[in-house]
Design a protein around this ligand. Structure first.
Ligand code: ARG
Length: 569
C-alpha cells in the first residue's frame, strides 16, 4: 500500500516543487491519530524551501485530491494535521485486497514490482588465510548475507565476493617460518591456528633480530616471482584455510559467494593502477614510499607502495574496485567493521580524484564492535574453534529450552539449530549497525522481547492455529470487525515498502523492527480474539486468513534475514 502512495507523492512533489526524491517518507501511523499512514515530507520540504510545513502539506493534499482519477487515489484519502503531517486514510477494501494478495503471492509477497537499475556487488565475511577469524568477520557475514538477500529483490543484478586476504608481505614471514619450524602433522590438526602460531613465532624472532626480516622478505619476493616451491606452499596454506572458512559458511548458514576474487587475484592488476595514478599526477614520493597526499581532504597520506617496494592493502583495493567496475558492477557495498572507515574514506576519495567514482557508487557498510561474554570468544585470541564453540553453545541452550517447552517435538535437533542460528543472527541484525553491542545469552536466546526466538515462536504458534483449524481460510470476501484486525491488516500492508527502505538504507534492522511490531500485534490478536471457537463460519475463516497472512509475512521477513521459520517448536 505504501508503495502505492510513495510514487504518487513523489510525482506531486516533483511537479509542484521541482524536487526529486529518492525515497519519500511514508510510514504506518501511530495508533489513535485516526489515520492509517502518515508522511513527514512536508517538514523535509519546508526546510529545503524555507516555507511553512503546514502550507506545503495543504498544497500536497490539494494536489492529491485533484488527481482522483488514479484508481488508488480514490480509495485513499489525504488529510493534513498540525503542524504539517500528511495523513492517509485507506479504504477497508484495499486492505482486504492486500490480504488476498498475500495469500496468493505467498513467498513472493512483498517483492518489488520494479527493480532499480543497478548491478550491485556486495562484499562480506573477508577472512584472511592463516589468521584466526574475529567477531567482526562473523558480523560481516551475517549483515552481508542479509543485505544480499534484500538487495536481490530490489536491484537488477547482484553479485557477491569475499575479497579473502591471501596476499602481502606477511606471507613471506609465514613461508620463512613454515620452512624453519613447520610440521604438517601438527598443522593439519588445526591449520589456521597452527599457521598463525608459526607466523607469530617468526615475527617475535624478527623483532629480536631485525636482519632476519630480509630473509622473510626474500621469501615473498620468490613467491611473487612464481618460485615453484613457494607457490606450492602458499597454495597449500590457502587450501587449508579455505576449507575451514567453508565450514563456517555452513555452520552459520551463509550464502556462498558468487565470485572468488581474493587479494592475490589482483597481483597482476596493480601495476596498471600505479600507472593510472601517475598519469593523473596523484602519486608522489615520500620517505621512499609512493603516496597520495589527501591532506587537503582531511584524509592524511595514503600509502600506495611501501618504501621497501611492497604493495599495499590500499593498492589492492584500488585494483579491486576498478576490476569489479569493469565487470559491470555499478555499485559496490563493503561490509567491514568501522575500524576501517579511514581506509575506505581514502579509497573512495582516490577513486573520486581519478574520476572513477561518484557519490553513490560505493559504500562502506560499517558496523560496531560486539563484545562477547568472558570465555565465549575472546576477540584477541578468538579463533574458529571458539566461534564454533559459541554456535554450539547456542544450539545446546536452545535445545534445552525447546525440551522444556515442547518435549514431544519431532526433529528437535534440527529446530534447535534453526533457533540458535536465528537467535545469533537476529541479535546482530536488530541493533543499529553503527553501535557497539554487548552480547549476553539472556538477551540473545530470550523467547520474549525483540529476539529471533520470539519471532520464530510467534510464527510457530500461529501455525498451530492453522493446523488445528481443519478448514481452509477464506481467500476473499473477508469479514472483519475489530480494530485490532484493521491494525494487523495495515501492518501487513506496509511490509513491501520496508524491503525497499532496508535496501536503500542498507539496514536489516528496518525489518527486525517491523517483524517485532507485527509479532506483538499478532500475539495480542490470538490471545484476545476467538478464532477457532468463533461460530460464524465466514468470520472464523476470515480470521484464519488473517492468521495465515501473518504467518506468511513473518516467514518472508525472517528469510530476508537469513533466518528459518520452523512450523513447530
Ligand atoms: N580481510 C580484511 C580484514 O580481515 C577485510 C577486507 C575488507 N575488504 C576490503 N575490500 N578491504 O580485516
Amino acid at each position: 500500500m505504501i508503495e502505492q502512495i510513495k510514487p504518487k507523492l513523489k510525482k506531486i512533489i516533483k511537479k509542484r516543487y521541482r524536487v526529486e526524491r529518492n525515497d519519500v517518507h511514508v510510514d504506518k501511523a501511530i495508533d489513535g491519530v485516526g489515520a492509517d499512514y502518515y508522511s513527514k515530507e512536508a517538514f523535509l520540504l519546508a526546510k529545503q524551501l524555507r516555507r511553512k510545513p503546514l502550507d506545503i502539506a495543504n498544497e500536497i493534499a490539494e494536489d492529491w485530491k485533484s488527481s482522483q482519477q488514479y484508481s488508488v487515489g480514490s480509495k485513499m484519502e489525504a488529510n493534513v494535521a498540525e503542524p504539517g503531517y500528511l495523513n492517509f486514510n485507506i479504504d477497508d477494501g484495499l486492505l482486504h485486497e492486500n490480504l488476498a494478495d498475500i495469500l496468493k503471492q505467498k513467498n513472493k509477497y512483498g517483492h518489488p514490482r520494479e527493480k532499480r537499475e543497478l548491478k550491485v556487488l556486495i562484499e562480506y565475511f573477508q577472512p584472511n588465510i592463516a589468521k584466526p577469524l574475529h567477531i567482526g568477520h562473523m558480523r560481516s557475514a551475517i549483515i552481508g548475507d542479509s543485505l544480499f538477500r534484500i538487495n536481490a529483490l530490489c536491484v537488477d543484478e547482484i553479485g557477491s565476493d569475499t575479497h579473502m586476504g591471501d596476499w602481502g608481505t606477511q606471507f613471506g614471514i609465514l613461508l620463512y617460518a613454515y620452512k624453519k619450524y613447520g610440521d604438517d602433522k601438527i598443522i593439519k590438526t588445526d591449520p589456521i591456528n597452527e599457521l598463525n602460531k608459526l607466523y607469530i613465532k617468526a615475527n617475535t624472532e624478527i623483532e629480536a633480530k631485525p636482519e632476519l626480516r630480509e630473509l622473510a622478505k626474500a621469501e615473498f619476493v620468490k613467491l611473487e616471482k612464481n618460485d615453484k616451491e613457494n607457490r606450492r606452499l602458499w597454495q597449500q596454506f590457502v587450501k587449508w584455510s579455505e576449507e575451514r572458512f567453508f565450514e563456517i559458511y555452513d555452520l552459520l548458514d551463509i550464502k556462498k559467494h558468487k565470485h572468488n576474487w581474493p587479494e592475490s587475484f589482483y597481483e597482476d592488476k596493480m601495476p596498471a593502477v600505479v600507472e593510472k595514478l601517475k598519469a593523473a599526477n596523484l602519486l608522489k614520493e615520500s620517505q621512499g614510499a609512493q603516496v597520495v597526499d589527501l591532506s587537503e581532504h582531511n584524509l592524511g597520506t595514503a600509502i600506495i607502495i611501501k618504501s621497501d617496494g611492497g604493495t599495499t592493502y590500499l593498492l589492492r583495493d584500488l585494483a579491486t574496485y576498478l576490476f569489479r567496475k569493469q565487470k559491470g558492477y555499478s555499485k559496490q557495498l563493503y561490509v567491514v567493521d568501522s575500524r576501517q572507515s579511514h581506509h575506505f574514506n581514502q579509497l573512495f576519495k582516490i577513486l573520486e580524484l581519478l574520476g572513477e567514482l561518484t557519490q553513490d557508487d560505493a559504500e562502506h557498510i560499517d558496523f560496531g564492535f560486539m563484545s562477547l561474554p568472558e570465555g565465549a570468544l575472546s576477540t584477541r585470541k578468538g579463533n574458529i574453534i571458539e566461534l564454533e564453540k559459541l554456535v554450539n553453545e547456542a544450539i545446546q541452550k536452545a535445545k534445552k529450552t525447546i525440551q522444556d517447552k515442547n518435549p514431544q517435538l519431532e526433529n528437535s535437533d534440527k529446530v534447535a539449530r534453526q533457533v540458535a542460528i536465528g537467535a545469533l543472527k537476529y541479535f546482530d541484525l536488530s541493533h543499529n549497525r553503527h553501535s557497539d553491542i554487548v552480547f549476553t545469552w539472556e538477551k540473545v536466546l530470550n523467547f520474549e522481547g525483540n529476539t529471533g526466538p520470539y519471532i520464530q515462536y510467534t510464527h510457530a504458534r500461529l501455525h498451530s492455529i492453522l493446523r488445528k483449524a481443519h478448514e481452509m481460510p477464506l481467500t476473499k470476501s473477508f469479514e472483519f470487525k475489530f480494530d485490532i484486525e484493521r491494525d494487523l491488516l495495515t501492518f501487513l500492508s506496509i511490509y513491501p515498502s520496508l524491503i525497499q527502505t532496508a535496501s536503500f538504507k542498507s539496514e536489516p534492522k528496518v525489518l527486525t523492527d517491523y517483524l517485532f511490531g507485527l509479532a506483538s500485534i499478532a500475539n495480542k490478536y490470538y490471545q484476545e480474539i476467538r478464532i477457532l471457537e468463533e461460530e460464524n463460519k465466514a468470520v472464523r475463516k476470515s480470521r484464519l486468513a488473517l492468521i495465515q497472512g501473518t504467518v506468511q509475512v513473518l516467514k518472508n521477513g525472517l528469510a530476508l534475514l537469513g533466518i528459518e521459520a520452523p512450523e513447530e517448536m
